[in-house]
Design a protein around this ligand. Structure first.
Ligand code: ZN
Ligand code: ZN
Length: 142
């Protein structure tokens, strides 16, 4: 399923806190990316393609795989389209991905783990900038 522009502009409601998530503008080459952020539980929502654009790694979302023998269904529905989410792994970090629209949900701890794994793997200034930016934005609020 491909999201229309109008769908992407709609605010996402955090499935944990039941409040509107905020939009964060992330600078990337080309049109900037707007991701959704929950200020209450510090979770992030990336529509399909957004994570990949931000970390400038074409394969980032293709590397998401599942772990055998685990209960892979996530308890909450996709904040974007309401379909079922599955627990998957991106660089050995657990992430939740929607089967239908391909969006990715990351909570605070997952993002931190991904930051560590990613920085280990990719010595890219831009990627570092992205993670640092998310963390700076968060700290500004406190
Ligand atoms: Zn929340
Ligand atoms: Zn979805």
């Amino acid at each position: 399923m491909r999201l229309t522009k109008a769908q992407k502009l709609q605010l996402v409601i955090c499935p944990h806190c039941n409040i509107d998530m905020e939009r964060l503008e992330i600078e990337v080459p080309g049109p900037n990316v707007f991701i959704d952020y929950c200020p209450k539980c510090n979770s992030y929502w990336f529509d399909k393609g957004e994570f990949r654009k931000i970390v400038k790694d074409r394969l980032a979302e293709k590397n998401v795989g599942k772990q055998e023998g685990m209960n892979e269904w996530v308890k909450f529905g996709c904040p974007r389209c309401g379909e079922n989410m599955r627990m998957k792994f991106m660089y050995n970090v657990e992430v939740d991905q929607c089967d239908e629209c391909g969006g990715i949900w990351l909570d605070d701890g997952e993002l931190l783990q991904l930051k560590e794994k990613y920085l280990e793997r990719i010595q890219d200034k831009h990627t570092r900038g992205f993670f640092n930016k998310l963390y700076t934005l968060k700290m500004d609020r406190k």
